[in-house]
Each structure stands twice: as C-alpha cells, then as structure tokens.
Design a protein around this ligand. Sequence first.
Ligand code: DGJ
Length: 548
Amino acid sequence: MKQTARQLVTSLSFLMAATGAAAAPDIPKIVEKDGRFALMVDGAPFVILGGQAQNSSNYPLALNKVFAAIKDMNANTLEIPVAWEQIEQVEGKFDFSYVDTLVAEARKNKVKLVLLWFGTWKNTGANYAPEWVKFNNARFPRMLDKEGKSIYCLSPQGEETLKADKKAFVALMGHIKKIDEAQRTVIMVQVENEVGTYGFARDYAPKAEALFNQPVPAAVLARKKSPVALAASGTWKQVYGDYADEYFHAYSIASYIEEIAKAGRAVYNLPMYVNNSQRDSLENPIKPWKGNFASGGPTYDVIDIYRAAAPHIDFAGPDIYGPDSKKFTASLNHFQRKDNPLMVPEMSNAPEYVRYTYQVLGRGAIGFAPFGIDYADYSNFPLGHKAIDKTMVEPFGKIYAAFRPMERQWAKWAFEGRTYGIAEGDDRQPQTVDMKGWKATISFREWQFGEREYFKNVKDLPAGTESPNGGVSIAQIGDNEFIIIGQRARVKIDHAEGKPSMWARVEEGRYDPAGKWIMERNWNGDQTDYGLNLTGNPVVLKVKLGTY
Ligand code: DGJ
C-alpha cells in the first residue's frame, strides 16, 4: 500500500507512542539569524560552558581524572581528542573502544562532548597520525622547503594522506552515528587541531609549485581581497603579491580539511569547526607572513579563504593564550563575524584569564572552553595554571555554576542579541556598555560601600583585586529589565538619554531548571546605593529599572 509522507510520519509517531520509544533528539546544528548564531542542541539554543582535556587524556583509564575536573568546573561540555593513531593503529582496522567508553562516561556525567579530531595535523605536526603514516614519506609526503628538503609537516597536497585521514574520519563519524544518534551526546567535531606550518610559508614541492602558479580559484577571488591593490585575477603571486605564500597555503589546508569534513558530514551531519593558533591580533596593517605564526592556519586574516574553500566547516575559532586584554578583545572582534560564529575553543586556564569568561559569554559566543581541565599530572604553566587540582578549576566553576541553571535562556538571549559582556582591562579603567535605552558603567577595585571621593584617605583596595579579574555579563531581557552576572565589579545603569532613574528591583536568585526565577532576596539600601557591587563570588541578579 502506498503511503503519503504525512501518513508515514503519523504512523511512525503512533508506533513510537505505542512502543514507548522516544524520538531521537534533533541533530545538533548551527543556525544563523541577522548575523547572530545559535548552536542548536536537542532542538534549542545551547551554549557550551566547556573545558578541554589535556592532550594525552584520550584513553579509557585516563578519563576519571578528566571527568572529575569537568565536574568540579560545573561544565556542561567536555572537549577531548580522538586521535587517528588510536582508532587506526593498524591500517584498515578500526578500534573505537575509547570512543565507546568516552561517550558512556559523558552520559553518566551528564555532559555533552565536542570531539577533537587529531589526524594529519595537531599543532601543525604529524604526532597523532598512526605510525604507518608518520614514517612513510613516500606514500604520505611531508612538505618540502625551498631547497627540496623534507620538513616536519605533512603536505596538504598528499593525496594518499588525505584519502587515509578521510577514511578514518568517516569511520569515526559512522561509529558516532551508530552509538549516539539516539542520544546526541556528541554535539560538534573539531577537524584537525591548530593547522598550518611553523617556520615555512608553504609547501615548495613540485606539485605545490605547479598549483601555486595556477590562477586563484574564483571562489577565493570573490571573498578575499588583496591587502594591496594588485591584479584582479591571475596566479596567487599576481593577485596577492607578498601575501601569496600564506594565502595559498591556507587555501591548500582548508581544501584538504573540506574534503574530510564533507565526507564525515555525509555520514553524520554534526557541526564542524577549525581552531587556530593566532597571529598578533593587534597587528595593523597586517603584514605578510614572516615566520611569526603558523602559516596557512585559519588565522583571522584568512577566514575568508577558509570560508571559500571549506563550506562544510561552520567556523574558525581562536585559541587564546595571551592575557593582554586589548589583544583578547581584538581577537574576539576578528572572529565574531556575520559569517563566522564566535566560539573560543581553547583559552589558557591561568587565573588572569578567568575574567574573560564573562566577556566571551556576554558577547553571545556559542561556546567557550578553557584548556587543561583535567587532573592528570601535567601543567602547561607558564601558558596555563601551575596547579592541577581543584584550585585550577574552581574560579571557572563558580561562574559556570551561576550560568548553568539558565544556560538555555542565556543561549536564547544571546541569539536574540540581548547579551553583553566585558572583562576588566589591564588598565583597570571603568567601561561602558550601550544597551537598548540604557547604559551600564562598570568600574573595578571599588569597595561595596560608598563612592571613592568620600574616602580619599582610604588607601587600601579590596583583597583579591591585586590583578585584573573583574567581569560582567548582562542580558537585557525586557525594555527595563536585565539579568546580571559578574564578579569583582561595580555596575551602575543609567538611562541612555539621561532621564532620572532608579532601581525598581534588584533580586538576587537563580533560575530553576524549568526556567522559573527563584528569588532569594531583594537588594536595597546599602546594597544598591552605590551601584551593584559584585564580589569574588559570582551572583545572578534580576534587575528592573524605572525613570521618574
Ligand atoms: C594549543 C593546542 O591546541 C593544545 O592542544 C595544546 O597543545 C595547547 N596549545 C598548549 O598546552
């Protein structure tokens, strides 16, 4: 008997209702509206309050130390590697036992997973490729320098390398689909890790040379303008001059990644992204590559090339390992674009970075994950925190604890463009945030009581503010209503056009899991006379203002 599509859906739902089987949740995806983005998980906007495990914790027996830290951090998502060397130690024989344990443990711990595919490139190198790849230069060629000598980096022109990486990745995606389609524990996949090449602008092997002398593809020309006015079309050198080597390498790597992502998504269509080791975010004007960053990686100057070459990659994200506040903000500005959702897939876990949690989440990022969140016996100090115990995760844990109960609302507000975020600058100066009809002024190193000028003779400053660690996220949930989360900051809100105004309500509380606001107390008197003074313990405030 022939059935219409509608009849089929109806009879399927009937069958599921009758057997008690739940429909699989919607597959995660990234959606865009008015230049803003939401990561849809189980059918609704979700924000990754994440942590990334260390590089060698991707083994079943190592996971306890990872999940313990993720739990202390109150994270909702774990980012963790799946290495090519571990799933295909012997060519063609796949072993997904680690992935099975990982997914089971994640479910037990009630966290989602972002898998990091450490394949052809991990921090540009071949370390995570299986031995049968690493040591077979004839089949899996490395890049050549100008003198024709092999360098450390696998070539993006290696056809066999691409074929083999793609095959393993497709097998991985097929396996995830098989074990996770009904539950969607895995929500996103990073394809390769911090790609590019250190010390060399590109591959100089004959095959790469020939391609370099071909015309720049139209898709690249359409998106990527040359920083200097040169030929409108022609070879890479003719169009991009001194920038050509880096751009060509970016195109080569992006095209390679595209093949892998496209094949993987054809099997199981999860969102996919690339991360990058950054170039100086304040360099202006941007100069041609001169050994100062990994050439060919998805640095901000070549996002357009990645967008052109890799449409199956949803976005490029910055890994941020510099505490300078101006540079941090510049990085976010570079990567938050109408065609590139903001996610910070990695950030140092050192104390001076904690404040940025508020900035990134307030800016409406779809995800955020400090790196090194596990209790394995390793610290990446001086890049990250010295400690490898609870003291390392706790500062983030307190902030996540405030966000977690309202993570879904927050993601929705962010998608609607209602959220703002700032972090205390290295200059410790007040900052303003322009919102609809209102303007917030956020200052730092204030006592909770009084204005500075009342106590000119008081020289001491609040303990815990020795280095910048204030931050505030605000969601404007109504014309005159705000949700404020923050720490070590004073928040004042004034009417944008200067009308006299005052606090109507400043409720401290939290959202329950059903999204209902539960008030603990209403701040008034001393607690509001000098702005809203947030200490080192993040609180959630539901604030209403009025004019008179
Ligand atoms: C960035 C990389 O992506 C991480 O895997 C790790 O190597 C850190 N750098 C340094 O700890």
